[in-house]
Design a protein around this ligand. Sequence first.
Ligand code: HEM
Length: 217
Amino acid sequence: MRRNWIQQLGSILLYLPLIAIVLMVAAYPILFFVVDGKVGILQRKPDELLLNPVWKLFFYLHISFGGLALLIGWVQFNVWIRRRWVYLHRRIGKLYVFSVWLSALGVLGIAVSAEGGYIAFLGFVTVTVVWFYTTTKGYSTARKQQIEAHRRWMIYSYAACTGAVTLRLWLPLLIKVTHDFEWSYQMVAWISWVPNVLVARYLVQRKCKRNASPHNL
Ligand code: HEM
């Protein structure tokens, strides 16, 4: 029991830098509520758009619930927490699914006026469909007690969600290399999430192979 606890603490410490980056990006939407004036991407938007109540609704829906999904999602992968507090896992899980649905709905309302034209639009819409679909499958498999499938879908779902983190790592790098914001934004609408989904696929397949290994029979 004691060893188990120490192992869990060790794995949290190992992932600490990653968790710290995720938490920083998850907290970023708060700036949009507390800072008086234009923040982040809003600096590039025309005043008519910023005054449009429908756009504003979708934008704030997207960033608030996206931030929440990112903030709580990673906790669900901790085996120790999951086994000890199944009830908490279910509660957080439902909140995560609800947040993803609302945040994804928000993207659909703001993607048309996103920077980067139709290439970026297609990238954002594609990952939104992936995010929504994998999360909904993750939820429905959990309801049916198909735990292995639930775990796999949720790995894909959070990989799509962390696109918000990798976007903010890739974008300054691309701008620095290309000195071209428009082109960098078009690229980042794709490379912020495709590698994440590929890493998720690798993790899912590795776990499947491990489960199929004769040592586990
Ligand atoms: C698959 C998931 C996501 C997609 C497709 C997506 C897409 C978008 C789009 C299209 C915009 C508007 C960009 C523009 O107007 O040029 C945006 C802005 C934003 N999103 Fe997301 N997003 C996703 C997940 C998240 C998450 C999880 C968060 C949580 C922190 C988040 C936080 C924000 C913020 C803070 C902005 C304002 C832009 C800025 O200043 O950086 N997004 N997102």
